[in-house]
Design a protein around this ligand. Structure first.
Ligand code: NAP
Length: 434
């Protein structure tokens, strides 16, 4: 029997469990740990609440979760309730699938000012992550700046722009919906330090901005490169640039009809945030592109704004005793191997890029590596040993069956048409189980 502990119950964690089952069948036991009492990580707390079809992938994870040889071990903080070293003595392999839940810092003067939020915090707030429930963003001003030109920036801009009706069928949490419905924001600027040809946005997600009921996207046609140059782009980006061109063609009269505008500001690198206590303005330097890199031109300008959300990427949270690559913001690893017996997958391994499906080959890859590394029969105790330790430490472990009770309770208190109203703090989640 092989005993595997997977730390993190998001996509990377469940794909690794699925791969382990395929590899070893009945000869493996898998425990999937999560620091929260609820599973699915990024799917619950990262994927936008109005993208329910993407969340449908959890049905696949649930099949894995419900099999005999896989357990969910929720409400256990690895590194705090139990150390990685302890898990290594109990399990043949420990796989860190903890994602990248921390914001990369802007690292410019003023980034500590009030109402400057990273996307992990802001997205966590509208998705009901217990750590960010109390974020309390101030949406009373006129202008918001969203920094970054990736899909997270699109999520944030879209959520800030939607009407109540447009959240029908979503699982946005009540505290966020209430605040958004009282928002005064009328101008959302998506700021990119490079140009239209360097955006990280995918065409479908970008296209959604063109179908909002009270907002129009706007691209200044002067920012667009020669159309002939689009031919050199990779097809996905080319489609996205075609979307940008369609936004540049939106008429003045159409823009004037709707109360909210989403403006793309290209070649604009954030230099400083200004304000007393709370942010009041962003200083930006114009850039030009040289060999694909943004180079400051020395020309700068101010954008008056009372909300800043930086969507510039994420980092993995270090765990005591696990080698960490500070520069890359993830565990130090060689294609997933940290050391024999200790591995990482998904964003914790390769950083925050790719789609949910990218994690599947990752999971299968790490399982092959474990199979190469562990060739002899195991004498480890696995889950039985962990249960003894959890009992001795009086850990309040949440099982998958417990989660199913929480899930039913969340569904039963949902708004009309919504799939669930999430519990947004750990005590409420545990209470729903009890
Ligand atoms: P991303 O795609 O890497 O985009 C990050 C953006 O931040 C880039 O435009 C980058 O510009 C910019 N940036 C980085 N550092 C900056 C700085 N110091 N100042 C100004 N701009 C800076 O990251 P993401 O948007 O966080 O998305 C993470 C992953 O999740 C991606 O793979 C994304 O596709 C995926 N995702 C998918 C969906 C979906 O499919 N619906 C939704 C959300 C997220 P440079 O290019 O110039 O560095």
């Amino acid at each position: 029997m092989l005993h595997i502990a997977i730390i993190g119950s998001g996509p990377a964690g469940y794909y690794t469990a699925e791969a382990a089952q395929k590899q070893w069948g009945d000869n493996v036991r898998v425990d999937i740990f999560d620091m929260l009492p609820v599973p699915y990580g990024l799917i619950r707390f990262g994927v936008a609440p109005d993208h329910q079809s993407i969340k449908g992938v959890v049905r696949r994870y649930e099949q894995t979760a419900l099999s005999e040889n896989v357990r969910f071990v929720g409400n256990v903080k690895v590194g705090q309730d139990v150390s990685v070293d302890e898990l290594l003595t109990l399990y043949d392999a420990v796989v860190l699938a903890t994602g990248a839940p921390r914001d990369r810092q802007l690292g410019i003067p003023g980034d500590h000012l009030g109402n400057v939020h990273g996307s992990a915090a802001f997205v966590g707030w509208y998705n009901g992550h217990p750590e960010f429930t109390a974020l309390d963003p101030d949406l009373s001003g006129h202008t918001a700046v969203v920094i970054g030109m990736g899909n997270v920036a699109l999520d944030v801009a879209r959520i800030l722009a939607k009407t109540g009706d447009e959240f029908a069928g979503s699982d946005i949490v009540k505290h966020a919906l209430d605040r958004l419905m009282a928002s005064n924001i009328r101008r959302i600027i998506i700021l990119g330090r490079r140009g239209p040809h360097q955006i990280m946005m995918t065409p479908k997600e970008l296209g959604e901005l063109g179908h909002l009921s009270r907002a129009t996207p706007w691209v200044d046609p002067r920012d667009l490169p020669d159309q002939a140059d689009d031919a050199l782009l990779e097809p996905g980006i080319r489609k996205s640039v075609t979307q940008l061109r369609s936004f540049a063609a939106i008429s003045e009269s159409r823009r004037a009809e709707l109360p909210l505008e989403i403006e793309f500001d290209f070649f604009a690198s954030p230099r400083a945030l200004l304000g007393t206590g709370k942010v009041e303005a962003l200083e930006v330097e114009r850039t030009r592109i040289e060999a694909g890199r943004a180079i400051g031109t020395g020309e700068s300008y101010l954008i008056q704004a009372s909300l800043i959300v930086s969507c510039i990427g994420y980092q993995t949270t270090p765990i005591a005793g696990v080698p960490f690559d500070e520069r890359a913001g993830r565990f130090a690893n060689d294609e997933g191997r940290i050391l024999t017996g200790l591995y990482c997958v998904g964003w914790a391994r390769r950083g925050p890029s790719g789609t949910i499906g990218t994690n599947r080959p990752d999971g299968f890859g790490v399982v092959e590596m474990i199979a190469e590394d562990i060739t002899s029969a195991s004498s480890k105790q696995g889950g039985r040993g962990f249960d003894a330790l959890a009992g001795a430490r009086k850990l309040n472990v949440v099982t998958f069956q417990d989660w199913k009770k929480i899930e039913v309770a969340e569904a039963s208190r949902a708004r009309d048409g919504a799939p669930r109203e999430k519990f947004v703090d750990v005590a409420e989640m545990i209470h729903a189980r009890d």
